[in-house]
Write a protein that binds this ligand. Structure first.
Ligand code: FMN
Length: 285
């Protein structure tokens, strides 16, 4: 299953890219509209990019009234990513989405490095959200936590159905001449190929700790990358930064992954999930 990473694709602007996915994930929506952070909000850097968008979004009311019906017309299953500044915000958003048939799952963004986080723990937020919705709930965690497997276990106990791993990590880029921060907000979230080993470790450890379904992302650009995320424990693959450079990535990664699987005698992506945890090596057939 291939999906986009939240915030990395505007499906209404690029419907043909969205239709090449198995699931479209919205940009994180918050209770109120947000303008996001001041510019500059994107900077290319070594092996990836920094962004400090700051959850710019139209707010839940407009999403429900205008965007969801249009997104549903794409014919692609929809996940809505929600974010807030207290557990009550997440619970409210989930309650409003619960009876919307267009929505197959809700992703709780518990990990944006560009806004000040909710003071409650990830597990408290998941519990509050769980009480308001019967929909499938994915908890999106930050790779920065040192106790990530513990957090994964805690959100599982609190009622999450799956994990999305990982969000960006805080990074800084300085202007070559002035040595001043290149982003208006100074630091931003680092994404792209440089994030891959960190993301793989997060998927590997959290799968080991919970055996939950995991949407893995962080620097995936090729079918080979996708295969590695599956082997580490992911059951779905998220494409983020790669979509800015290559809008054809969903089809390309899907083809490349099929070749990688076939060359190992695997008939389906599901057969690759968790292979890195098995005792013996997996050789090319
Ligand atoms: C420009 C941009 C905007 C993003 N916006 C969101 C967002 O709204 N919500 C969220 O959960 N993650 C957001 N992310 C993080 C991505 O969903 C993803 O977790 C991260 O970029 C790692 O994947 P990648 O290396 O393939 O890009 C954003 C990332 C980028 C680059």
């Amino acid at each position: 299953m291939i999906l986009n990473a939240s915030g990395c694709l505007d499906a209404l602007e690029a419907p043909e890219v969205a239709r090449a996915l198995d699931v479209f994930v919205t940009k994180t929506v918050t209770p109120q509209p947000r303008e996001g952070n001041r510019p500059v909000r994107i900077a290319e850097t070594e092996a990836g990019m920094l962004n400090s968008i700051g959850l710019e979004n139209p707010g839940i009311e407009k999403l429900l009234a205008e965007k969801l019906p249009r997104l549903a017309e794409l014919g692609v299953p929809l996940w809505v990513s929600v974010g807030g500044f207290a557990a009550g915000d997440y619970a409210d958003l989930c309650g409003q989405l619960d009876d919307r048939d267009e929505v197959t799952a809700i992703e709780l963004n518990l990990s944006c490095p560009n806004v000040d986080e909710a003071p409650e723990s990830a597990a408290e937020i998941v519990s509050a959200a769980r009480m308001q919705t019967r929909k499938t709930l994915y908890a999106k965690l930050s790779p920065a936590a040192t106790d990530l497997p513990d957090t994964a276990r805690a959100v599982q106990a609190a009622g999450a159905d799956g994990l999305t791993l990982v969000n960006t990590m805080r990074g800084l880029a300085l202007d070559e001449k002035t040595l001043q921060p290149r982003l208006g907000r100074e630091t931003g979230g680092y994404s792209g190929p440089g994030l891959k080993p960190i993301a793989l470790a997060a998927v590997y450890q959290c799968y080991g700790a919970t055996r939950m379904p995991i949407a893995g992302m962080g620097g995936i650009t090729t079918g080979r990358d996708a295969l590695e995320f599956l082997a580490a424990g992911a059951s779905a693959i998220g494409l983020g930064t790669v979509l800015f450079a290559d809008p054809d990535a969903p089809g390309r990664v899907r083809r490349e992954l099929a070749e990688e699987l076939a060359s190992r005698g695997l008939s389906a992506a599901d057969d690759a999930t968790g292979l890195a945890h098995s005792s013996g090596p997996v050789t090319v057939a």
